[in-house]
Ligand binder design. Structure first.
Ligand SMILES: C[S@@+](CC[C@H](N)C(=O)[O-])C[C@H]1O[C@@H](n2cnc3c(N)ncnc32)[C@H](O)[C@@H]1O
Ligand code: SF4
Length: 379
C-alpha cells in the first residue's frame, strides 16, 4: 500500500560498509560476522563492494553521503590499503558530501600508530574503539580477545592524533560485573577526555553462546543503579545522554547514527548489510546476502520489504523517540519526514498519557524511562 509520493533527493543519505571478519566470535555477539578469512579474500570483497555501490547509484540518485561508517565485524582487521581504496572510489564517484563524517571501528588490539596514520590519511575522521570495559575480569567474562592493557595502550596512541573525533564503546549489565567495577569504567572513560561514549546494556541474544549457557544479566535494580552511576559521573564531567545508548560532550553527536534516528536514508554494502531507501513510491528496507562468499558472488542480491502505511508510524516513532531531546516539528519538515494524520493523532494520545511533551516530538522523562510503552502508542 502506498503512503504518498516521496521526494527521495531531498532526504539525507549515509553509507554503511560492513567488513565482516573477526578473529573469534564473542559469545554474546549476534552480528553478521565470519571468522574464516578464507571465505573470500579482501580483494574479492572490495571488488564486490565497488560493484554493489555502482549498482546502487539508482538508490543514491542526486544525493551525496553525509556520513560513511565502516562497521563490523572488526574493520581494523582489513588492510589500510583496502580502506584507502574504498574511500578513493567513493570520492571518484563524487558521492561524498564535503565535511562528510567518515567513521571506523577498531578493536584496541589493532591500534598502531602506523595503521591509524594510514587510515586517517585516507580520509577517516572519526574512530570508535571497542573497549567494552577497562576491567580485565569483566573482559574475561565477555571472553574478549583483547586485554585492558591493549585498551590503555590504544588510548595512549590515539591521544597523539589531533583533529579526529573519538568514541569508545562500553558494555554494562554483564553477569558478575560489580557496581564498583562499572563505576571505575565510567571514571576511567572520563579521565581520557574523549567526547563520545556508546554505552550499551548487554543483551543476551538468541543464537549466542551466552544464551545457550542460560547466562543471566543482573537484576533490574542493579541495572538501574549502574545507569544512575553513569548519569551522575558523566553529567559531572559535562557529558550528556542524547540517545538511549549515546553520550557526548559539547553536542559532538555521531552524525551517522543521528541520521538513522532522524529517519534518514542509508545504503548498506557488504555481507548482510541493511539499507533503508526512499523511492518516489515507497520506503524500502533491504538486506544483502549474509555469507561472505555468497555476497561476493552476488553483491546486488538483497531481500526487500516495503514499509506500508500500517507499519510506518511505528517505524518512525521507534527511531525518532530514541533522541533524548526530541525533534522539533520544524526539523521534521526540514528533513522532509512525512507525518501521517494517524501519527498526529497518536502524538495527542501520548501527550494525554503524560508520555510525550507538547509542541515538540519528545518523550517526557516518564516516557523516556518507559520508552517501549511510549513507542507502542504508535503501533
Ligand atoms: C558489532 S560490534 C563491532 C565492533 C568490534 N567488533 C567490537 O566488538 O569491538 C559494535 C559494538 O556492539 C556492542 N555489542 C555487541 N554485542 C552486544 C550485545 N550482545 N550487547 C550489548 N552490546 C553489544 C559492543 O559494544 C561493540 O563494540
Ligand atoms: S569482535 Fe565485535 S563483531 Fe566480532 S564477534 Fe566480537 S562483538 Fe562481534
Amino acid at each position: 500500500m502506498s503512503l504518498k509520493k516521496f521526494t527521495p533527493n531531498k532526504i539525507p543519505i549515509s553509507l554503511y560498509i560492513h567488513l565482516p571478519w573477526c578473529e573469534k566470535k564473542c559469545p554474546y555477539c549476534d552480528f553478521n560476522i565470519s571468522i574464516d578469512r578464507s571465505d573470500g579474500d579482501e580483494d574479492r570483497l572490495m571488488k564486490a563492494i565497488f560493484y554493489d555501490i555502482e549498482f546502487s547509484k539508482k538508490y543514491i540518485g542526486e544525493r551525496r553521503f553525509s556520513s560513511i561508517y565502516f562497521g563490523g565485524g572488526t574493520p581494523s582487521l582489513v588492510s589500510s590499503t583496502m580502506v584507502g581504496s574504498i574511500i578513493n572510489k567513493l570520492n571518484e564517484m563524487r558521492i561524498v558530501q564535503q565535511g562528510c563524517e567518515i567513521n571506523f571501528e577498531l578493536n584496541p588490539k589493532e591500534v598502531t600508530k602506523d595503521y591509524l596514520t594510514k587510515i586517517i590519511d585516507s580520509g577517516i575522521n572519526r574512530v570508535s574503539l571497542g573497549i567494552q570495559s577497562f576491567d580485565q575480569s569483566t573482559l574475561n567474562s565477555l571472553e574478549r580477545n583483547h586485554t585492558s592493557h591493549d585498551s590503555f595502550q590504544a588510548l595512549e596512541i590515539l591521544s597523539g592524533f589531533k583533529g579526529i573525533e573519538t568514541s569508545i564503546d562500553l558494555i554494562y549489565g554483564i553477569m558478575d560485573q560489580s557496581l564498583s567495577s562499572f563505576r571505575s569504567d565510567i571514571e576511567t572513560f572520563c579521565l581520557y577526555k574523549i567526547n563520545h561514549l556508546s554505552l550499551y546494556q548487554l543483551t543476551i541474544e538468541p543464537n549466542t553462546i551466552f544464551f545457550k549457557k542460560e547466562l543471566k544479566i543482573p537484576e533490574d535494580s542493579i541495572i538501574e543503579s549502574m545507569e544512575s552511576i553513569a548519569g551522575e559521573i558523566l553529567n559531572k564531567n559535562n557529558i550528556y545522554q542524547y540517545e538511549v545508548s549515546s553520550w557526548s560532550r559539547d553536542n559532538r553527536y555521531s552524525k551517522h547514527n543521528m541520521n538513522y534516528w532522524m529517519y534518514g536514508d542509508y545504503l548498506g554494502v557488504g555481507p548482510g548489510a541493511h539499507s533503508k531507501i526512499t523511492t518516489e513510491e515507497s520506503i524500502k528496507r533491504m538486506v544483502k546476502l549474509k555469507k561472505v562468499n555468497s555476497y561476493i558472488k552476488d553483491p546486488n542480491k538483497s531481500s526487500t520489504t516495503e514499509i506500508d502505511s500500517f507499519s510506518y508510524d511505528l517505524d518512525l516513532a521507534m527511531n525518532l523517540l530514541r533522541i533524548k531531546n526530541g525533534v522539533s516539528f520544524g526539523e521534521l519538515k526540514n528533513r522532509n519526514i512525512y507525518i501521517t494524520n494517524s501519527f498526529k493523532e497518536k502524538i495527542l494520545q501520548g501527550i494525554d498519557k503524560g508520555l510525550l511533551e507538547k509542541n515538540t516530538l519528545k518523550a517526557t522523562s516518564k516516557g523516556y524511562k518507559f520508552l517501549n510503552d511510549t513507542v507502542n502508542i504508535f503501533s
